[in-house]
Design a protein around this ligand. Structure first.
Ligand SMILES: C[S@@+](CC[C@H](N)C(=O)[O-])C[C@H]1O[C@@H](n2cnc3c(N)ncnc32)[C@H](O)[C@@H]1O
Length: 284
């Protein structure tokens, strides 16, 4: 188990889809508009939310490899993607899908990306994608992903990377203390070495630019309201747990903080699309 439950991923999927940056999505769609087919690798696929949201942007014939190190989530992904499709057939361990005009072949791969990232690139994907992954990984991992993409001339599209913005409504003075502790927790090791946390978007953009990619960045914040009550409560609980784990704040402050009812929150994310060949490569 990775610590990400299918229930949590399911709960955030709607907010994630609504938050995706439409301009960046359009740029992805435009980039591949003249292609008939596309091979895609999804890093840290969870239950397959990224495929469900990204497939409609891509050409009609797609082959995806969905990678995660959590077998339970890979199983959930297989089921949820089959349910999402108009038609799904299992063949040789893969799923063959029809969704609107698209024919999509999906392979599921159990792989620890922290240990063997190179294996994720063996299929020579034209597009490498991920959703809500990159704030968990380390700076060396980001450098490696950019290098592996560049060596294969692969495009890169990652969405919903946390960028450090968090605002609660109503605001309480302790919010700033909790945010400080949460950000310290963000930098702790999530299996890839010290995590990039909210620095991940700028590290990604810098690395791809160094490889001569043209990089587009756009905001994709969660703007949560009263109607997102369950997500707001889970978020508040998750932040409190993370803050407590840092030992930076006394238990009483956290206990009081978590009891304040919130009816809104902004959580900042960044989407990035990096396309090869159109920026000036640098000597390094
Ligand atoms: C925040 S979840 C995002 C899941 C999915 N992309 C989504 O948007 O719903 C992060 C995902 O990365 C996966 N993950 C974390 N560490 C990993 C590793 N070392 N190798 C492969 N997958 C990993 C987790 O299992 C989880 O599915």
């Amino acid at each position: 188990m990775s610590g990400f439950s299918p229930e949590w991923l399911h709960l955030r999927e709607g907010a994630d889809r609504a938050a995706r940056n439409a301009d960046i999505a359009s740029a992805v769609s435009a980039r591949f508009a003249l292609r008939k087919d596309l091979s895609v690798v999804d890093l840290g696929c969870g239950t397959g939310a990224n495929l469900r949201a990204t497939a409609p942007l891509l050409p009609d014939k797609q082959s995806w490899i969905l990678i995660d190190n959590d077998l339970h989530l890979l199983d959930a992904a297989r089921n949820e993607i089959a349910r999402w499709a108009d038609h799904a057939e299992a063949r040789d361990g893969k799923l063959m899908l029809k969704k609107c005009h698209a024919e999509i072949e999906v392979t599921f791969a159990a792989l620890d990306l922290a240990v063997d990232l190179e294996r994720a690139f063996i299929s020579q994907p034209a597009l490498v994608t991920a959703s809500a992954l990159f704030d968990l990984v380390s700076e060396p991992f980001i450098r490696k992903v950019a290098k592996l993409c560049a060596e294969r001339n692969a495009a890169f599209y990652t969405v919903l990377t946390y960028n450090g913005v968090q605002r609660w409504t109503p605001h309480r003075p302790a919010d700033n203390q909790i945010a400080g502790a949460f950000h310290r927790h963000q930098l702790s090791d999530k299996g890839f070495g010290p995590a990039a946390g909210p620095m991940a978007p700028s590290l990604l953009a810098d690395q791809f630019r160094l490889h001569g990619y043209s990089v587009l960045e756009g905001e994709s914040p969660w703007l949560l309201a009263r109607t997102d009550r369950t997500l707001l409560e889970e978020l508040q609980r998750g932040y409190a747990i993370a803050a407590a784990e840092t030992n930076m704040i006394d238990a009483k402050t956290i206990e009081t903080w978590i009891k304040v009812p919130r009816h809104g929150a902004e959580v900042g994310h960044t989407d990035i699309f990096a396309a090869p060949g159109s920026g000036a490569p640098m000597d390094f």
